[in-house]
Design a protein around this ligand. Structure first.
Ligand code: NAD
Length: 455
């Protein structure tokens, strides 16, 4: 295992640059082999991963499996498609270029840095790593210090299965992150909060290092009248309270058509009880807040609006009950910052115009959810709002579709990954144009006199 003190960051980067220069990572067979090793590393450590996530977040085993370990599906997808992705792509040429051939070669970037957050501390390290390996890079990983059990487990796994000259993991907090960011990388892939994203981009700018920023924000969830209520409430409650609301694409707040609000609220309350029982604190299926600092922040947000259900807290366990709020003001802190916890404000609208105007008056969200069978409304929301992604009649599930690029827009992020998008993120598209020696037309050579007519 590598800690900052045992070996300097500088040393790791130098060794990785040397390794990259050997050209080994350019070999597609090598990349496939490494992806297989990564999958093996995940599968062989399943139980340890589940335990680490339990220790960090009290993550239920089912959630650990469904939302973290299943990241190996991304590995399978990359193995299945890598041969197509790495093939040079023919590009069409216009008539004047008939004697030329044009191709785009995906080139590895070199040594890349991946910095992760604590909420899905396993998935959000391994997921981006899949793209980095598939694209033929060397990688340094920096997991979040706020999920220490997962961080240390990951450090052990990476050290056991990979040569540090190829893939290394550096554990540490903000200072380590800053030390890494002071170095020159060929790419930085960051997942975390919007404010830290700004710091990362500023540091990257010094070296002109390109970045992907997977950030957060307030993802709205619109509920129209034309729905199947039973399906809607289950999908919202699961998406909001999985990992105790600490999910970047959790529905942050609900915007509901006034005519259906009472029914929706009744359905949501009933579902909370069905999922977590009358005392969610004793439910084996409900996670805890990551740290005392985040717990205190969330308890403060409970002062906003009126509690419909929930509101109970236990600082000793960092427990916050699944909570629904109403009568919040748009100026309240809960409607100003990303909630990132198990508190769901419900705001009603008279006309969908108000909901659209509210969304468009805010920073662009990472996800937008609409529950409605009305095709015109679906189209209207797609056309009149911007967000990293949209999921119609469900929540969170868009994350699991490898063929869909996942990423934000505006304040919710820059760039995307998953599947081919992950491969593209960690590749340079090198344009290659080739002329032939069959013949040569003189139209472009000096002397130019009389040659304007050829243009
Ligand atoms: P964070 O930004 O506080 O930390 C992320 C990483 O950055 C950690 O590894 C941390 O050590 C490092 N870091 C923190 N402060 C730093 C600084 N000043 N300089 C350099 N590095 C620093 O984020 P978090 O609290 O771990 O995660 C929560 C946030 O991440 C939420 O906003 C959430 O929406 C977002 N998120 C986004 C996605 C996504 O895919 N878009 C996924 C998960 C989480």
């Amino acid at each position: 295992m590598i800690t900052e003190s045992s070996i300097s960051i500088n040393d790791i980067i130098r060794k990785q640059r040397e390794f990259f220069q050997t050209g080994k990572t350019k070999d597609v067979a090598f990349r496939i082999e490494q992806l297989k090793i990564l999958k093996q590393a995940v599968l062989e450590n399943e139980q340890a991963i589940i335990q680490a996530l339990k220790a960090d977040l009290n993550k239920p085993e089912f959630e650990a499996y469904a939302t973290e370990i299943l990241v190996y599906k991304e590995i399978d997808y990359a193995i299945k498609h890598i041969k197509t992705w790495t093939k040079p792509q023919k590009a069409a040429v216009s008539l004047e270029f008939l004697q030329y051939s044009a191709k785009i070669y995906p080139d590895p970037l070199g040594v890349v840095l991946i910095i992760g957050p604590w909420n899905y501390p396993f998935n959000l390290m391994i997921g981006p790593l899949v793209g980095a390996i598939a694209a033929g890079n060397c990688t340094i990983l920096k997991p979040s210090e706020l999920a220490p059990h997962t961080s240390s487990l990951l450090a052990g796994i990476i050290a056991k299965y990979f040569d540090p000259a190829y893939i290394a993991l550096v554990e540490g907090g903000v200072e380590t992150s800053q030390n890494l960011l002071a170095e020159k990388f060929d790419y930085i892939f960051f997942t975390g909060g919007t404010n830290v994203g700004r710091i990362v981009m500023e540091a990257a700018a010094k070296h002109l290092t390109p970045v992907t920023l997977e950030l957060g924000g307030k993802s709205p969830c619109i509920v129209d009248t034309e729905i199947n209520l039973e399906h809607t409430v289950k999908r919202i409650i699961w998406g909001k309270f999985v990992n105790a609301g600490q999910t970047c694409i959790a529905p942050d707040y609900i915007l509901v058509d006034k005519r259906i609000k009472t029914n929706l609220v009744e359905g949501l309350k009933k579902t909370i009880k069905e999922f977590y029982g009358d005392k969610p604190e004793t439910s084996p299926d409900y996670a805890r807040i990551i740290s005392a600092k985040h717990f205190d922040r969330l308890v403060n947000l409970l002062k906003n609006g009126e509690v419909i259900i929930g509101g109970e807290t236990n600082p000793a366990e960092r427990y916050i009950a699944p909570t629904l709020l109403e009568n919040v003001s748009l100026d309240d802190a809960i409607m100003q910052e990303e909630i990132f916890g198990p508190i769901l404000p419900i705001i009603e609208y008279d006309d969908i115009k108000e909901a659209i105007a509210l969304i468009n008056s805010r920073p662009k969200p990472l996800a937008l959810y609409l529950f409605s069978q009305n095709k015109n409304l679906q189209q209207r929301i797609l056309q009149e709002t911007t967000s990293g992604g949209v999921c119609l009649n469900d929540t969170i599930m868009q994350y699991g579709v490898s063929s869909l690029p996942f990423g934000g827009v505006g304040d919710s992020g820059i760039g995307s990954y998953h599947g081919k998008a992950g491969f593209d993120t960690f590749s340079h598209r090198k344009s290659v144009l080739q002329n032939s020696f069959l013949f040569d037309l003189n139209w472009r050579y000096a002397p130019y006199q009389g040659k304007l007519a050829f243009l």
